[in-house]
Write a protein that binds this ligand. Sequence first.
Ligand SMILES: [Mg+2]
Length: 325
Amino acid sequence: MNGDLQQLMEDSLAGSALALFAGDALGAPVEGLHLSTIAQHTGWVAEMEAGVRFPAGTYTDDTQLMVGILQALAEDDALPAGLLAQRFAANYEPWRGYGSSTGEALRRLRAGEIPAQALSRPSFGNGGAMGIAPLGVYFSRDPAEVAERADAACRTTHHHPEAIGGAVAVACCAALAARSRFSGQALEMRSVLERLLAMPALRDTPMAAPLARLDPLSGLPRLTPRARAEALAGSFEATLRAVESVPIAIGAALSAASLREAVEVAVNTGGDSDTQGAMAGGIAGAYFGAEALPASWLAVMENGAQGRDYIRALAKRLAAQAPAA
Ligand SMILES: [Mg+2]
C-alpha cells in the first residue's frame, strides 16, 4: 500500500474504531429508553454523561468485542477458527453489559468448560454487528471479501440469519464509507443503499427488506437531526433485533453531515442506543476519519489498558498490514 493510501486507511480505521467506542459510550447511559423519554429527561444527548453504574466515557460490550476483532486481525487476518472466540473470552469483563447468554458462554469458555465453537448461539440479536465496522474498513478493497469475513466473524457468537445479515450490512456499509473517503467521493444515502441491496450476500437475506425500508427515508439528510431521529424511530422498532437496530444505525450514518450528527441521531433514536451509536459511529467514522471526533468526547473516553490510545495504536498497526486498496 502506498504511503498516502496507508495514511487514509489509518485515519479511516482509527475513525471507525474510535467513533464506534464514542457511540457506545454516548448511548450507554440512555440504553433501553424510548426516544420520547430521552427527549423529556435530557432534551438531546450530545455529550458523554455518567451512567447509573459507569463514569462518563466508559465503553460497554460493543467496544470490547470490537477490540477482540482488531486484536485477532492484527494477529492473523485469515481469522482461523476459534481465534475470535479466544480473544472475546480473554477480554471479557462481566460488568461491561453483555447479554446474559453471551456473558455466560464467554465465562465458561474462559474457564475451559466449553470449546470455542460452543460460543455461537442461534440469536437474532445485534451482537455480531455491534463491533464489526472496522473489519469492513480493513478488507474494504474487496466488498465480497468483507461480506465473507463479516459472515464468518458473526458466526463466532451468533448464527441466526438475521444476525448474520446485520453484521454483513454494517461491515459492507463501513467498507463503502471508507472507499468513498479514499476516492474523495460523497457518501450518498440512496446510492449506498442500492449498492448494499445489489450485493449477493444481502440481496436474498432477512436484511434486504429492512434495508429497503430505508429507501423512502432517503430525504433524511435534508431534515434536522431531531426530525431524523423521529423518522427512524417511527419506521423501526426499538429492539435488540439486528433487523431493526442495524437499519436505524445505517440510516443515521448515511444521512449525517458530520460524525457527531451520525452518532447523536443513532443514540437519540432510542432503544438499543449504545449499540446503534456504536454501529453508526463505526460506519460514519470510516468516512469522516478520526480527526472528526469531537474533542469533548475524546477527552473523557476511557484510556486504560484497552482504552482510546490502545485502540488508536491497533488501528495504526492494522493500516500498515491491511490488504492493498
Ligand atoms: Mg452495549
